[in-house]
Design a protein around this ligand. Structure first.
Ligand code: HEC
Ligand code: HEC
Ligand code: HEC
Ligand code: HEC
Ligand code: HEC
Length: 350
């Protein structure tokens, strides 16, 4: 009974549905559009497009850098042929040697060394997102060669320079020699003396990272206020067509802009201070020739002279070499250089 009623109900329902569907009339006209909804919230700004890339990658900008770089000794590579291929020199004297060094291989012989190019100092962008800066091979702090312990950290791009522009030897190396070959005969150094074993003795030609940091000579270390400029603050910074930027030739406008604003003639101001240092260096050199530590004269220049000297004379010799080889004639760290020169003068009785 209930089964029959259920079947009947289903049948009636089905007929009603069929009737309704088959009896639907034609669709009416579409109603008018409703009002627009409220605007959604703005999306976050995307990264700038080519504009930020072109602050560096514009043709004009890159051409200007090429022009300045052509003025640099790095570009000329005057000593690449002489020192760039040798294992003990290549990390500082050829592009390939430096890149091997950055990759973790020091002391590599380089068969065909070349001078610096853009890629010697610049690598690839590791990220093109926020705060894009010029990619550099390294900005890491540098453990100095002189004692393989002290760390120099200019906190940024100048650390790149410090890898090469630092002393290769400290005075401790010479102070520890117990014999020196003079006129092909090994001669014992003897207590209280120090041996100068080569006409190339000294910190080597570019101890600037050490001197700026108040390191490398005999006398109380003092860092001085130029330390905060690193190397690039003076040697790069603002550029003209002949100075600063990638010429690496100091643009003296950087000195007045950053600190020496009260100096009206910065070139004369600097030249006077450099001349005073040179005068003191010349007097020390003359006394060191008498002591046997240097050979040469004021006209042709001075060189280390293979010899055995007293400790006091050696300290004077060493300080002379540091100030001379720094090549800034005292600019890099005036207070420290004054200490080194004063120590040298006192030790030579000047
Ligand atoms: C790979 C080692 C290396 C690096 C890195 C390096 N230099 Fe040099 N630099 C040298 C050598 C070697 C010379 C001598 C160049 C020659 O004539 O062969 C030199 C020469 C110079 C000179 C002498 C003037 C000239 O034009 O000859 C200045 C100034 C200088 N470098 C500054 C810098 C500064 C600043 C930096 C960092 C931005 C830097 N260097 C990075 C090795 C290096
Ligand atoms: C730690 C880095 C470094 C190493 C290693 C090095 N040099 Fe240099 N050398 C320099 C720098 C930097 C200069 C440029 C300094 C300057 O202009 O004040 C330079 C300059 C020179 C000069 C020019 C000298 C002058 O009077 O201007 C000669 C020559 C030279 N080096 C030869 C050599 C030889 C040979 C070796 C290997 C036995 C060697 N260097 C190893 C960094 C280095
Ligand atoms: C001796 C190392 C060295 C060499 C070689 C070098 N650069 Fe640089 N470059 C630097 C350093 C260091 C900076 C960063 C300067 C700063 O932060 O003040 C820099 C910055 C730059 C910048 C950023 C903008 C500016 O002017 O500071 C550009 C672009 C650039 N270099 C392009 C080049 C090109 C192109 C070459 C080859 C012609 C080149 N560099 C060769 C060391 C070098
Ligand atoms: C602060 C200066 C600077 C800015 C900004 C900059 N670059 Fe560079 N870029 C450099 C320098 C310097 C080099 C190395 C040049 C060389 O070695 O010849 C370089 C190299 C490159 C290279 C070739 C090497 C590599 O990394 O593969 C590309 C591609 C490049 N940049 C793309 C860009 C793009 C895209 C942007 C913008 C999103 C940008 N750069 C912004 C300075 C800059
Ligand atoms: C306070 C500014 C200043 C700082 C910081 C500075 N320099 Fe200098 N540097 C100079 C001046 C100025 C000279 C002398 C230029 C002259 O006499 O024409 C000089 C000379 C040099 C020379 C000799 C140039 C030549 O033509 O023989 C080298 C190499 C050098 N500096 C490298 C460096 C390095 C590497 C650093 C960082 C460790 C550095 N400087 C830091 C200003 C500075």
């Amino acid at each position: 009974m209930s089964k029959r009623i259920n079947l009947f109900a289903v049948l009636v329902l089905a007929l009603m549905v069929m009737f309704t569907v088959s009896c639907e009339g034609p669709a009416g006209e579409a109603g008018i559009n409703g009002t627009d909804g409220a605007d959604g919230a703005d999306g976050a700004d995307g990264a700038d497009g080519n504009v930020s890339c072109l602050t560096c990658h514009s043709t004009d900008g890159m051409d200007a850098i090429d022009g300045l770089f052509a003025l640099s000794g790095h570009s000329a590579g005057n000593y690449v042929g002489y020192a760039g291929s040798r294992g003990s020199c290549s990390r500082c004297h050829s592009s390939e040697g430096f890149m091997d060094f950055i990759a973790g291989y020091d002391g590599e012989d380089i068969p065909y060394p070349s001078a610096w190019s853009c890629g010697t100092c610049h690598g690839s962008h590791s990220s093109l997102e926020e705060g894009i800066s010029a990619p550099l091979q390294t900005t890491a702090a540098v453990t100095i060669i002189e004692d393989e312990t002290t760390v120099i950290d200019f906190d940024g791009p100048s650390n790149l320079c410090a890898n090469c522009h630092q002393s290769r030897r400290g005075y401790a190396y010479y102070a520890a020699l117990d014999s020196v070959k003079i006129d092909d005969v090994m001669t014992a150094v003897g207590a209280g003396n120090v041996g100068i074993n080569s006409s190339h003795a000294g910190p080597h030609h570019g101890p600037q990272a050490n001197t700026l940091s108040g390191l490398g000579g005999y006398g109380t270390s003092s860092t001085g206020s130029h330390l905060s400029a690193g190397c690039v603050g003076c040697h790069m910074g603002d550029a003209t067509t002949t100075e600063g930027g990638h010429s690496f030739i100091p643009n003296l406008d950087n000195c007045t802009a950053a600190c020496h604003s009260s100096v009206t003639d910065i070139a004369t101001f600097m030249a006077e201070k450099q001349a005073a240092v040179s005068t003191r260096l010349d007097a020390i050199a003359a006394a060191l020739v008498t002591a046997g530590a240097l050979s040469g004269d004021a006209t042709d220049g001075y060189h280390p002279h293979v010899s055995i000297v007293t400790e006091a004379q050696f300290k004077a010799f060493w300080n002379y070499m540091v100030v001379y080889e720094d090549h800034s004639h005292g600019v890099h760290n005036p207070g420290y250089f004054n200490t080194l020169l004063t120590t040298a003068e006192a030790n030579l009785g000047l």
